[in-house]
Design a protein around this ligand. Structure first.
Ligand code: COA
Length: 628
């Protein structure tokens, strides 16, 4: 039986440093093939053309001549054999990329899950600010989520589409009952859909104590809201004081450290039973204590901190289990959200789950027949020794440092939404990406290698490609926008249209398996797997530069006001998750304070300015053109 898979933003460079041999083979088997096409091997000519275009945008003339030389040598010396091997792999597997990607982007990465790998997601503010409200909303969110689980399990969800193309829906099956198990070197992913037995419980964490709570009855029907609430009340009664040894905090630390602790814990029979109950829980619900935004930050910013990391060990970070795919985090003040472990799925299926839960609230569609729960809440005790307790203390400090270091702000651009670029016949996504380029350039006087997630779900088991920026068209646009003396407005407008069209064209390429990044990665991995010399191109400065992302972005659109967020993929990077709506644009922007030269608020300010200036260029140019 084959197993399921994953993807995401770049932990890749970190794993590459560990050496590709460790991860290239992987232990990932493939689950099922759908009716969707197999991912084809990309065409070398297209990939190398893109490589040159992206390189030229960042290089001087002299450097670019050297890059051309490097590419020419690669084409003659290494490429034919590597492409032949890749073609064989593409013929043999339902998806040549996904098993590799699952390991590289996730399971082999040894870095902590929060705050870069595991995104936070935020619900709109709900209407409660008491503990009773917290339990009612926790019960309702849990029931709605479990209804969604049943729909996904029985393949009743309407297929997602990209235009007229249906998308692979397997990620929805992987969201529930799934856990990433820490292992030395490479973690293991255990999917809920692989268990033969029925999964009928969730785990609730409060004050760092864990409890098993029944959520489905023996007929696989969701328990009523009152039955769930009663169980949550028992959880509250049994968790009045903080757990002195909240071992879940170690799941926020480096993966090898957690793997060592996990192995030690599992040696004890009672612990093994508790951990198994966590692994097999459909999802986790964290009943959090109240938290306040740090000085200078808004309630919305604080909500994102709770969803991403829990605010540090003194606040709610000890009330988490970061290995679980889904953790709903529910405060006492109406702010709720989710921390999600990224291995099994991309943002859009998670966004769809959150949208569904909001729909259930809008329609008040909860099952509540007043029935009481017949099952007992079960405390999941985990006993620790001195060594583990020391690790808990160290992991708490590490989490506190990260929470303190992350500068994350919610920014909503209100003057217009995607309606404006659409009315100007420009792709909103491409338009927003150009605004990032301009905002960054105005702050740092250079162009940032930029990551943007593109879905590959048109293909069976598809995950993602990178719609990389800037290319030469984007570079020209930005330089014209900032040039002194100013370029004529018609020139800037032409450059903007060319840059956005070029970005859109590359987006379409990426979504149709003709992107550059994963193809280069494939050549590198396949050389390593076959003990071939690493081609020179992969040791070049330009390859290193292209893979050091200074802006890391993902678009996650939702119908309700739901925002996703994540940390920057490296110290000097901006992490931006965005949700363009028709009349306004929502951004979550993150940076690390310790870098010193980046600032989330400053970027938000420059982004606002860039978006206003770009509209002004379009308006002026179209006015001029209308006079002709
Ligand atoms: N003129 C007028 N309208 C246009 C246009 C143009 N030139 N180009 C696009 N539009 C319209 C589209 O028809 C669409 O209309 P809609 O709002 O009615 O649906 C809208 O503008 C948005 O299109 P666009 O901005 O081009 O982007 P997209 O919605 O196609 O999304 C990606 C682009 C890359 C984000 C998307 O394809 C993708 O891959 N998403 C998945 C990303 C992901 O996995 N993220 C999570 C990672 S954790």
């Amino acid at each position: 039986m084959l197993k399921c898979h994953a993807m995401m933003r770049p932990q890749i460079s970190q794993v590459m440093k560990q050496g590709v041999n460790a991860i290239a083979g992987g232990h990932i088997a493939i689950r099922q093939s759908s009716d969707l096409p197999k991912l084809p091997a990309p065409q070398p000519v297209k990939t190398l053309k893109h490589f040159l275009d992206f390189a030229q945008a960042l290089q001087s003339k002299k450097e670019f001549e050297e890059t051309k030389q490097l590419v020419n040598e690669f084409v003659v010396k290494d490429m034919p054999k590597l492409q032949e091997l890749l073609q064989k792999r593409a013929d043999a597997l339902p998806n040549w990329l996904t098993p590799w990607w699952l390991n590289i982007a996730y399971l082999a990465a040894r870095t902590p899950l929060p705050v870069v790998t595991s995104p936070g997601v935020m619900f709109p503010k709900f209407d409660f600010n008491t503990e009773a409200g917290q339990l009612e909303y926790a019960a309702k969110i849990s029931q709605a989520a479990v209804k969604f689980y049943l729909l996904a399990k029985s393949n009743q969800l309407k297929p997602d589409m990209s235009g007229k193309s249906p998308l692979d829906m397997s990620q929805y099956q992987f969201l529930f009952g799934t856990t990433r198990v820490p292992k030395i070197g490479v973690d293991e992913i255990r999917y809920g859909c692989d268990y033969k037995e029925k999964l009928q419980h969730i785990v609730v964490i409060r004050n760092g104590h864990l409890f098993r709570v029944q959520i489905l009855d023996n007929n696989d029907q969701p328990l009523s809201v009152s039955a769930i609430t009663q169980q949550l009340q028992k959880v509250v009664a049994e968790s009045q004081t903080p757990n002195p040894h909240p071992v879940g905090i170690v799941s926020s630390d480096g993966r090898d450290k957690w793997a060592n602790v996990y192995t030690t814990l599992k040696k004890d029979n009672q612990n093994a039973k508790s951990l198994e109950a966590v692994e097999k829980a459909l999802f986790v619900v964290c009943l959090d204590k109240a938290s306040e935004p740090p000085l200078g930050y808004t309630e919305k910013d604080e909500q994102s901190r709770q969803a991403l990391h829990g605010g540090g060990s003194k606040v709610n970070s000890c009330n988490r289990w970061f290995d679980k795919t889904i953790q709903f985090v529910i405060g006492t003040n109406g702010y709720t959200g989710m921390t999600y472990e990224h291995t099994p799925a991309e943002g859009p299926p998670v966004g769809a789950l959150m949208d569904y839960i909001c729909d259930q609230f809008d329609a008040n569609a909860f099952i509540d027949n007043g029935s009481s729960s017949s099952s007992d809440v079960q405390r999941l005790d985990i006993s620790t020794n001195e060594e583990v307790n020391k690790r808990i203390a160290k992991s708490s400090k590490n989490m506190d440092r990260t929470a303190e270091d992350l500068d994350i702000v919610a920014f909503t651009f209100k003057p217009y939404g995607k309606n404006f670029p659409k009315s100007s016949k420009i792709s909103p996504d491409s338009y927003i990406q150009m605004a990032y380029q301009l905002a960054f350039y105005r702050i740092h006087s250079s162009l940032p290698p930029t990551y943007e997630t593109a879905t590959l779900r048109k293909f069976t088991e598809g995950r993602t490609e990178n719609i990389r920026s800037p290319n030469t068209a984007a570079a020209t646009f930005v330089k014209k926008m900032v040039s002194k003396p100013p370029s004529p407005v018609s020139d800037i407008y032409d450059a903007l249209i060319h840059a956005t069209n070029s970005h859109k064209k590359y987006t379409v390429d990426c979504m149709n398996a003709s992107g550059m990044d994963r193809h280069l990665l494939a050549w590198k991995l396949i050389a390593s797997e076959n003990n071939l010399p690493t081609p020179e191109i992969f040791g070049s400065n330009i390859y290193q530069q292209l893979n050091h992302f200074q802006v890391s972005t993902s678009q996650v659109p939702t119908r309700h006001f739901i925002q996703m967020c994540f940390g920057p993929s490296s110290l000097d990077c901006y992490g931006i998750c965005y949700n363009p709506q028709e009349t306004e644009l929502h951004f979550m922007i993150s940076t690390f304070k310790s870098y010193g030269s980046t600032s989330s608020k400053k970027f938000a300010k420059e982004l606002q300015k860039a978006l206003i200036d770009m509209k002004s260029v379009i308006n002026k140019a179209t006015k001029e053109m209308s006079k002709l």
